[in-house]
Design a protein around this ligand. Structure first.
Ligand code: C2E
Ligand code: MG
Ligand code: MG
Ligand code: MG
Length: 281
């Protein structure tokens, strides 16, 4: 009996394996035509000042609506876009579209755009960046590029130079999901990051009952301060988490407690109506 049920398990897993390989192929195929079929759009999530709740920036988050497969999460399709190289064209579209949108906003609200490490390896990346800025007429200081710690995994003299050149254009750099990947503090010192985004996992585990739960955030805030960077707490969902990240000295806050990612028109409306939002989750 045990043997035959084991056999069933194997069949079950094999079926699932085929299904996911099948799904992966289907997504890859659909992804190849997604740009030309205009299936992407960008949602914008406010990042607010921790003290005043004023909106300081929006993060551009890519959305894919496929006519038959439905809405597909970036957590699912961005890795496929990276493996296939499609991220080059998709990322360039995100950069141009987000800069163009942000250039219409009132005030000095910044826009943060996620960058795949692969885009930084593109010898034409800097040209594309300059082109997006001039096409949109966005002030370089209002653009921030978010990259994860994986850039440090192969930080060649070339990528180091690209990071420097980005910075000398006046464009800001943010280290995304800090603390989850390969962090080398030495690299952080040797590069020009303006912002550290403390990953949601550290915010999620915060609790007043467990004073040790804030140890990593406190340490990251202190580190950022001494290296001249500011901090963003990602994924703040509850009033308790908000109170704690404020206490720990995070400069800015992003999360569902303030707002979900919004359509471009809702983001614009929010900015026109008021510069600050209240934490009403
Ligand atoms: P990320 O850059 O760390 O973006 C933050 C993610 O956290 C977003 O997920 C956002 O919707 C989600 N989030 C914000 N507040 C909360 C909260 O309070 N609670 C929870 N549970 N989640 C929250 P999203 O939009 O699904 O994006 C996932 C990831 O996909 C992003 O993580 C980023 O790594 C990647 N991504 C999204 N857009 C792009 C893009 O244009 N280019 C590239 N290369 N990657 C992108
Ligand atoms: Mg990000
Ligand atoms: Mg992040
Ligand atoms: Mg994250």
């Amino acid at each position: 009996r045990a043997k035959s049920s084991g056999g069933d398990d194997i069949c079950f897993y094999e079926a699932r394996f085929h299904e996911s390989a099948e799904e992966r192929r289907r997504l890859e195929l659909a992804l190849r035509t997604a740009l030309e079929n205009a299936e992407f759009d960008i949602h914008y999530q406010p990042v607010v000042n921790a003290e005043t709740a004023r909106i300081e920036s929006f993060e551009a988050l890519l959305r894919w609506h496929h006519p038959t497969l439905g809405d597909i999460s970036p957590a699912k399709f961005v890795p496929i876009a990276e493996e296939t190289g499609l991220i080059g064209a998709i990322g360039e579209w995100v950069l141009r579209t987000a800069c163009h949108e942000a250039a219409q906003w009132p005030g000095n609200v910044r826009i943060a755009v996620n960058l795949s490490p692969r885009q930084l390896l593109d010898p034409n990346f800097l040209l594309k960046l300059v082109s997006a800025l001039s096409y949109s007429n966005l002030k370089p200081g209002l653009l921030e590029l978010e990259v994860t710690e994986t850039v440090f995994l192969n930080l060649t003299p070339f990528t180091k130079k690209v990071l420097q050149q980005i910075h000398s254009l006046g464009v800001r750099l943010a280290m995304d999901d800090f603390g989850t990947g390969y962090s080398s503090l030495g690299y952080l010192r040797d590069t020009n990051f303006d912002t550290l985004k403390v990953d949601r996992t550290f915010v999620k585990s915060l609790s007043r009952e467990d004073p040790g739960s804030g140890a990593i955030i406190r340490a990251v805030v202190a580190l950022a301060g001494s290296l001249g960077m500011t901090t963003v707490a990602e994924g703040v969902e509850t009033a308790e988490q908000l109170d704690l990240v404020r206490e720990y000295g995070c400069d800015r806050v992003q999360g569902f407690i303030f707002s979900d990612p919004l359509t471009a028109s809702d983001a614009r409306k929010l900015l026109m109506a008021r510069g600050a939002i209240s934490a009403a989750a």
